[in-house]
Design a protein around this ligand. Structure first.
Ligand SMILES: Cc1cc2nc3c(=O)[nH]c(=O)nc-3n(C[C@H](O)[C@H](O)[C@H](O)COP(=O)(O)OP(=O)(O)OC[C@H]3O[C@@H](n4cnc5c(N)ncnc54)[C@H](O)[C@@H]3O)c2cc1C
Length: 491
């Protein structure tokens, strides 16, 4: 160990994917010192998530990045819009799924200062990365975790940097945001359970100018099936960049080992014409649902894909992982600062693990293409009725009773409802009141003793709409108060 560089920190984050980067921003928000290491030298170029829920955008709003991400989203789509589904023998031959057949599960978005934002993950990660560089210097790409050991007061990690030099990092806590194949999870002896994969795909990210071919016919997903190829196109910019998810049987072939020419030939068949194609990246994945049996091994916490994987149907996994990070970071901050005792950290698993199980099941229920787009068919009738609306899953979970609710009304363990209010002459969302400390909110006739921040409707806060009030927002009497955690959840 004598030639190793020694570093001390509060939290070591392993993994610079979307979840590790988000965790770093939330720790920074909470003034917790951290070091982030990522074994790859650069951010991933592989397109995966494209739908960031309004709740995820609320979390990014809390760290000042809502506008920057919305700006990226505006630039993402070079023609048409994001959304819609098509299917056919090839992309060019495909037809749009009929809107008339869609059975909307929920008609409108939940009240929020943010909206569901469609933007490829590859455009969002650079925003998070740049923001971190502006705020912190402890981001190390090209650094790989190679060994960990735990002791009573922390974790010791051995890390190899991009030059091959070894570092020892002593941290109070370790966040394993090291993806689905998490070596930290395996080294910690944590097993996973769930549903085995029924489908296997090769994600092929490629360049091909299809601008004229899809003009007026843009889509979010286009399922194709013909005699030579089966799979799914996901739009990336609606013109020149696409990803195709080649459906294959791993007992019969291994397309991840094919050369580019073989992939290009499959892509041409899936598109439906000969055209110039450049393969940019590839990566296999499958539709299994796996959730770790535990989220914590002493001072090590799993988050994101290290804790749960699920098929992308419904767009839950990254959103679930980002919310994991947000849930844990304020708790770590409060425990490190001695404001709460260590038992608070136990709630990370009791709150977040059931959410991953629920979302995993919901993603799996959307395996059928029609069900994913809310179309009931004879083939999906058996499980269609179990599908829960996406807004409800992302926004309206109730930690206390491990369920989702019809409406947010200050039930313990739910997120405080959003309302635009005037505070100190400025229009803000009620959610903007939550940051790093507990906050008490109350009706016009309420009063509170104690040190925590206290905001009363009709005194410090004034609803922007006359028809709104403390009562209509919370369902509580005018003399009642409520305590809200730093993450906006009711105690
Ligand atoms: C086709 C597809 C579409 C998807 N669409 C959606 C969607 O619309 N919405 C949604 O919410 N989710 C979606 N997902 C899921 C989403 O992409 C993932 O959940 C998300 O990327 C996981 O992020 P992560 O940071 O947990 O893991 P990763 O992105 O896998 O990052 C883990 C990082 O850890 C690093 N690492 C690993 N080991 C070490 C080590 N020893 N030392 C240092 N670094 C290490 C890796 O290099 C990697 O960069 C989709 C997934 C796929 C495949």
């Amino acid at each position: 160990m004598s030639n190793e560089h020694l570093n001390e920190t509060g939290v070591l984050i392993t993994g610079g994917g979307i979840v590790g980067l988000s965790a770093a921003l939330f720790l920074h928000q909470n003034n917790v010192p951290f070091i982030l290491i990522e074994k790859n030298p650069t951010l991933s170029m592989l397109p995966r998530a494209r739908g960031f829920s309004a709740r995820t955008m609320e979390l990014y709003r809390s760290v000042g990045l809502q506008q920057a991400i919305e700006k990226q989203a505006l630039k993402a789509w070079k023609q048409g819009t994001f959304g819609g589904a098509r299917s056919g023998k090839s992309m060019l031959d495909s037809l749009s799924l009929s809107e008339a057949d869609v059975q909307r599960l929920h008609s409108e978005a939940d009240p929020s200062p943010c909206m569901l934002t469609a933007c490829p993950q590859t455009l969002i990660e650079p925003v998070l990365y740049e923001a971190l560089l502006d705020r912190e210097q402890n981001i190390h790409f090209g650094w790989e975790l190679i060994e960990i050991s735990q002791h009573k007061s922390g974790v010791t990690a051995r890390v190899r940097d991009s030059e091959g030099a070894l570092h020892q990092i002593n941290a109070s806590f370790l966040f394993a945001a090291d993806g689905a194949r998490s070596s930290i999870r395996s080294a910690s002896g944590i097993q996973r359970k769930g549903i085995e994969a029924s489908r296997h795909y090769l994600n092929i990210f490629f360049e091909a100018d299809l601008t004229d071919d899809v003009c007026g016919k843009t889509f979010s997903q286009c399922e194709v099936s013909n005699d030579t190829v089966k799979g799914l196109f996901l739009s990336m910019n609606n013109t020149t960049r696409w990803s195709f998810h080649l459906d294959y049987d791993p007992d019969k072939c291994h397309p991840e080992q094919w050369d580019d020419n073989a992939l290009i030939s499959a892509l041409r068949s899936a598109i439906g014409k000969d055209c110039e194609i450049k393969v940019l990246a590839r990566s296999p994945w499958n539709t299994r649902v796996k959730v770790a049996n535990v989220y914590r091994r002493d001072r090590i916490f799993l988050m994101g894909d290290a804790a749960h994987v699920m098929p992308p149907w419904g767009g839950f996994n990254a959103n679930t992982g980002i919310a994991d990070a947000h849930n844990l970071c304020w708790k770590i901050a409060h425990v490190l600062a001695g404001k709460d005792d260590e038992s608070l950290l136990e709630t990370y698993e009791t709150e977040r693990l059931p959410v991953a199980e629920r979302n995993g099941k919901q993603a799996w229920l959307r395996t059928d293409f029609d069900a994913r787009f809310q179309i009931k068919s004879p083939g999906n009738a058996g499980y269609f009725n179990d599908i829960i609306d996406c807004n409800e899953l992302h926004m309206r979970y109730e930690y206390a009773r491990n369920r989702t609710v019809e409406k947010l009304l200050c039930q313990p363990g739910t997120r405080f409802p959003h309302l635009w209010v005037i505070y100190c002459g400025k229009t803000i969302s009620t959610l903007d009141l939550f940051d790093t400390e507990y906050v008490r909110l109350g009706g016009p006739d309420s009063y509170a003793l104690g040190q925590e921040c206290f905001y009363r409707f009709g005194h410090e806060l004034f609803p922007c709409e006359e028809s709104s009030s403390w009562r209509s927002l919370t369902g509580l009497a005018d003399n009642q108060t409520i305590l809200v955690r730093p993450d906006g959840f009711i105690v």
